[in-house]
Design a protein around this ligand. Structure first.
Ligand SMILES: [Zn+2]
Length: 236
């Protein structure tokens, strides 16, 4: 059952109200909690090793399929950011951290725990970037910046555009990085790819690897790497 089924049902009820009967049986139930872990990898900063830029997606997914778009795509893109920067021999000024979050779909405890632990450790976070909108052609990044600060980085668009992103707009991050804004006062943001096809796969049986386009996925990852490079080099 997904949005398309709901649409079809709503349509039926409208056009054929008397003749539409729905029978639903659900086997859904809550199981007891079990331990899960955020998985973290990092490239140590050379100038400010104790200041962090994080990029991440979430590891868990809904049962019916692999969760390739939601959110395998975001996990792979986040890992690719670190791999790409390492491959070109880039030595970041700040520590760049990839965080693969646990438990996004079932309450977001991975994201909350990360921010909590970072706060306890007294870590300073410059940016928490997230990719959790599918691995589609990149269009924009949202960032929780003031109007002035957002205006100041608009020239970056010309550097991001070759890989798809043509907008840096005001907005929050996703549910895994938003706790960093609250707990750590970090700027948060997310990749906003083309959203037209996301809900054809989101939480559905066909959210499998075959339905992720390699080229579109890579374009998003390269945009994320470019943004993180710029933030590392010039700040926000
Ligand atoms: Zn997700």
């Amino acid at each position: 059952m997904g949005l398309r089924d709901a649409d079809r049902l709503a349509e039926q009820l409208k056009t054929n109200p008397g003749a539409t009967t729905v029978y639903m049986r659900s086997g859904a139930h809550m199981l007891p909690d079990t331990p899960a872990h955020n998985i973290i990898g990092e490239l140590k900063g050379t100038e400010f090793p104790d200041q962090y830029i994080t990029v991440g997606g979430h590891l868990d997914s809904w049962d019916p399929a692999e969760g390739a778009q939601d959110d395998g795509a975001g996990c792979v893109q986040s890992i690719e950011v670190l791999r790409a920067l390492k491959a070109i021999g880039y030595k970041p000024r700040h520590t760049i951290r990839v965080v693969l979050f646990a438990n996004e779909e079932n309450g977001g405890r991975g994201g909350r725990k990360y921010a909590e632990a970072a706060k306890d450790a007294g870590e300073k976070h410059l940016l928490g970037l997230e990719s959790d909108n599918g691995g589609f052609t990149p269009r924009a990044f949202t960032l929780s910046l003031s109007e002035d600060k957002l205006a100041a980085i608009q020239p970056w668009i010309s550097l991001l555009k070759p890989y798809g992103v043509y907008e840096l707009e005001h907005g929050g991050g996703g549910s895994d990085v938003n706790p960093m804004a609250r707990q750590l006062n970090a700027t948060v943001g997310e990749l906003r790819p083309d959203s037209q096809r996301y809900f054809e796969y989101h939480h559905a049986r066909n959210d499998v690897l075959e339905n992720v386009n390699k080229r579109e996925l890579e374009m998003g990852a390269v945009n994320m790497a470019a943004l993180i490079y710029l933030v590392d080099k010039y700040g926000l």
